[in-house]
Design a protein around this ligand. Structure first.
Ligand code: PLP
Length: 612
C-alpha cells in the first residue's frame, strides 16, 4: 500500500489563531510582576508551546535567583486570570488557514490539533474559532495527557483518533521550538511557520513597520531556530503547506517498500540503514576500533591471520582496479580470463594502466575452461599473474575457482580474484588454495550499503607492493600502511556512515549463522526462483551445473523489458536488464535482504503480468 499524508496536526495559538501568539505573553509578564519579578517579553516567550504551568516553571528556571514552588504557583494563578480575561480577543484566525484546511480535507487529510493550553482555556478558543470557520477534527490539551510537549503523547492521541499506524503519515505544524520537538519525538514530519509565530513575536503592525531587510533578517533567525530544533520544512505562511504535503507524498512514494532483485545495490535491512545515523570522524579512536573490527571480521570470512583486508572508498570496481594496479609489479605480465562484462572491464582497466597483459576470452554462457588455461600456460612462459572473476554477474555463471587456482598455482603464478558477487555466499578458502588476493565490496552478499570496497590480500604480498601503483588514491600499499600504522585509520576521508552500516551488516551476518546460513537462504531463494519461472515458461540461459545461486539470466522472449520493469516495479519489485549481446534477456538477483517468501511473491507477480 502506498503511504501518503493522512493527517496534519496543527498547534493553536501562533499557528492557526492569535497572530504573533500574544494571549499568553501578557499573562506571564503580569504573573511574575505579581510576585515582584520583572521579566522581558523574550523571556515570557522562550518556552512557548509547553503546558502553561510547565511554561511558568521554565521561565522561573531562567531567573538569576531560584524561586519557591509556592511563588511559581502564585505567578501561574495571576497568569491564568489575565489569560482568561483576554483570551477571547486573541482567537483571530490566521492567514490562509480556512482555505488550506479546506484543501487538505479535499485530499482526505484529517485535521488534528495539540496545544499548550489547558482544556479549560480551550473551551472559549474552540467556540471562537468555530464561529470564524475553523474547526479541527480532533482537539486534545496538554493537561489531559500524562505529559505535554515536548512529549509526543498529544500527537499520539491524534493518530489514535484517526486510526493512523505510521507517524510518517502525519505532519505536525507549529510556531515554536516545543512544537517541532513534539513532532520529532512523535516521529512525524515537522513544519515550522514563520509569519505570525510566537518565535517571530511581532504584531501585524510591528511587522509592517519593519523595513524589507529587517523583516528578512528576523525571518532568517526564526527559520534557523526551527531548523536547529529539527524541522523538516519551514514555511513563511500556511499557503505553502499544500506544496509541502505534495513533497512529503513524493518522498513517501519513493521510500515505498520495494525489493531489489538485482546484483547491487541490494535491499538492505532497516537496522543496517539505521546504523548510519551517527556521525563520526575518521581519526576518532572509537571509530578506528570499529574500522579495525570490520577489517578483521572480513578477513576471517575467507582467510586467516596471514591475510589482511584493505578497505577502500568507492564501488567494487575501485577495488578491482586497485588490486590489479597495486599488486602487480610494473614488469609483471598478467593473463585475464574473461567470460563476461566484469572480465572485459578488467581489460579496460589494464589498458588504462598500460599493463603488460594478455587474455583468454570464453563464451559468456560457458565457464572459463581450465584446459584452455593450461595450454596457454604451457605456451606462454612469461605470464606472472592470473586474474579472473569468480561469479560472472553478467550472466550469473560460476567459474571453477578451485581448479583454476590449483592449476595456476602449480605453475607458480600469482592469483587475483574478483569475488565481488560471491564473497560471503560461497566458500572461498584463500589460505587453503593459496589465493593471493580477492576483491569484493560492502554491498553484495555482506548486505551492507554501497560505497565501500575491499581487497583481502596476503600480508607477505602487500609488504612487497610499495611503489607498484600508478594511482595515488587507489594505492593499496599506502592504504594498508595507513590502516596498519595508525590503528585502523583510513587514508583520506572515510565513508564513516557506510562503514558503521557495514559493521551492523556483519553483525547481522554472524547472527544469521554466517556463511552456511546465508548460503542456504540464497540457495533456497534461487531454487524457488528458477523452478517458479520455469513453470511460467521462462528459460534460463546458463546450464544448471554452472549456474550460481546469486543471480540468474532469463530469456526475455517477446516481452518488452521496460514494460516488464514498470509492471513489476508497480508491484514492489525491481529487476535488472540483461547484458547478453546475443539475445534479449533480463536478470534476477536473489541476494540481499530477500527471503523465500519474497521470491514466492515475485514469481506470483510475474505470473500475473499481462500485456508486456
Ligand atoms: C558488482 C560487481 C563488480 C563491481 O561493480 P561496481 O559497480 O563497481 O560495484 C565487479 N565485479 C563483479 C563480478 C560484480 O558483480
Amino acid at each position: 500500500m502506498t503511504k501518503r499524508v493522512k493527517a496534519v496536526v496543527f498547534d493553536w495559538a501562533g499557528t492557526t489563531i492569535d497572530y504573533g501568539c500574544f494571549a499568553p505573553v501578557k499573562g506571564f509578564i503580569d504573573g511574575f510582576k505579581s510576585i515582584g519579578i520583572e521579566i522581558s517579553n523574550e523571556m515570557a516567550r522562550k518556552p512557548m508551546g509547553l503546558l502553561k504551568l510547565d511554561h511558568t516553571r521554565a521561565i522561573a528556571a531562567m531567573l538569576a535567583e531560584p524561586i519557591s514552588e509556592e511563588m511559581i504557583l502564585r505567578a501561574y494563578k495571576v497568569f491564568e486570570e489575565t489569560l482568561f480575561a483576554n483570551i477571547e480577543e486573541h482567537c483571530d484566525i490566521k492567514d490562509y488557514i480556512i482555505e488550506t484546511v479546506a484543501a487538505l480535507r479535499k485530499e482526505g487529510i484529517k485535521i488534528g490539533s495539540t496545544t499548550g493550553y489547558t482544556s479549560e482555556m480551550m473551551k472559549s478558543v474552540i467556540l471562537e474559532a468555530r464561529e470564524q470557520g475553523y474547526s479541527p477534527d480532533f482537539c486534545i490539551t496538554a493537561d489531559s495527557v500524562p505529559k505535554g510537549r515536548p512529549y509526543p503523547y498529544m500527537i499520539w492521541n491524534n493518530l489514535m483518533e484517526f486510526g493512523i499506524s505510521d507517524p510518517r503519515e502525519a505532519i505536525k505544524v507549529g510556531d515554536t521550538v516545543a512544537d517541532i520537538t513534539e513532532g520529532k519525538n512523535a516521529n512525524c514530519w515537522t513544519v515550522g511557520v514563520i509569519m505570525g509565530s510566537s518565535e517571530l513575536g511581532l504584531t501585524r503592525l510591528e511587522v509592517s513597520a519593519l523595513t524589507e531587510n529587517e523583516l528578512k533578517d528576523r525571518k532568517t533567525a526564526v527559520r534557523s531556530t526551527y531548523y536547529k530544533a529539527g524541522a523538516d520544512y519551514v514555511i513563511d505562511d500556511m499557503n505553502e503547506l499544500l506544496d509541502v504535503v505534495a513533497e512529503i507524498n513524493r518522498k513517501l512514494r519513493l521510500n515505498e517498500d520495494r525489493k531489489l532483485l538485482t546484483p547491487g545495490p541490494l535491499s538492505t535491512r532497516q537496522s543496517v540503514k539505521y546504523a548510519m545515523l551517527t556521525d563520526h570522524c575518521t581519526w576518532d579512536e572509537e571509530y578506528k576500533d570499529i574500522t579495525t573490527s570490520v577489517i578483521n571480521d572480513i578477513t576471517q570470512i575467507s582467510a586467516n591471520d596471514d591475510y589482511s583486508t584493505i578497505l577502500l572508498q568507492g564501488s567494487g570496481t575501485y577495488a578491482v582496479e586497485a588490486m590489479i594496479d597495486s599488486l602487480c609489479k610494473k614488469n609483471e605480465k598478467i593473463l585475464f580470463l574473461v567470460n563476461g562484462e566484469y572480465g572485459k572491464r578488467m581489460l579496460v582497466i589494464a589498458d588504462k594502466l598500460c599493463k603488460n597483459y594478455d587474455y583468454l576470452e570464453f563464451d559468456m554462457t560457458q565457464p572459463i575452461d581450465v584446459k584452455t588455461l593450461e595450454d596457454k600456460l604451457n605456451i606462454d612462459r612469461d605470464i606472472d599473474v592470473i586474474v579472473f572473476v569468480h561469479c560472472e554477474t553478467t550472466t550469473g555463471i560460476i567459474n571453477p575457482l578451485e581448479d583454476l587456482v590449483k592449476l595456476s598455482k602449480s605453475y607458480g603464478k600469482k592469483v587475483l580474484v574478483d569475488a565481488m558477487s560471491s564473497f560471503a555466499a560461497y566458500d572461498i578458502d584463500m589460505p587453503g588454495l593459496d589465493i593471493d588476493a580477492l576483491a569484493a565490496s560492502s554491498n553484495k552478499c555482506l548486505e551492507g550499503l554501497p560505497g565501500l570496497a575491499f581487497v583481502i590480500v596476503k600480508k607477505e604480498l602487500i609488504a612487497k607492493c610499495s611503489g607498484n601503483s600508478s594511482s595515488h588514491s587507489l594505492d593499496l600499499f599506502d592504504q594498508y600502511q595507513c590502516f596498519h600504522n595508525n590503528g585502523g585509520k583510513f587514508r583520506f576521508t572515510s565513508p564513516t556512515n557506510v562503514l558503521l552500516a557495514l559493521r551492523q551488516a556483519i553483525d547481522e551476518y554472524k547472527k544469521e549463522g554466517g556463511l552456511p546460513a546465508r548460503k542456504k537462504r540464497y540457495m533456497k531463494n534461487h531454487e524457488i526462483l528458477t523452478s517458479g519461472l520455469e513453470k511460467l515458461g521462462f528459460r534460463s540461459i546458463i546450464a544448471p551445473e554452472y549456474q550460481s545461486y546469486i543471480i540468474t539470466t532469463f530469456e526475455l522472449g517477446n516481452l518488452d523489458f521496460i514494460k516488464l520493469y514498470d509492471a513489476l516495479k508497480s508491484k514492489g519489485f525491481v529487476i535488472y536488464p540483461g547484458k547478453l549481446t546475443s539475445m534479449p534477456t533480463f536478470r534476477l538477483g536473489n541476494i540481499g535482504d530477500i527471503y523465500p517468501e519474497d521470491i514466492v511473491a515475485l514469481v506470483d507477480a510475474i505470473g500475473n503480468i499481462q500485456d508486456v
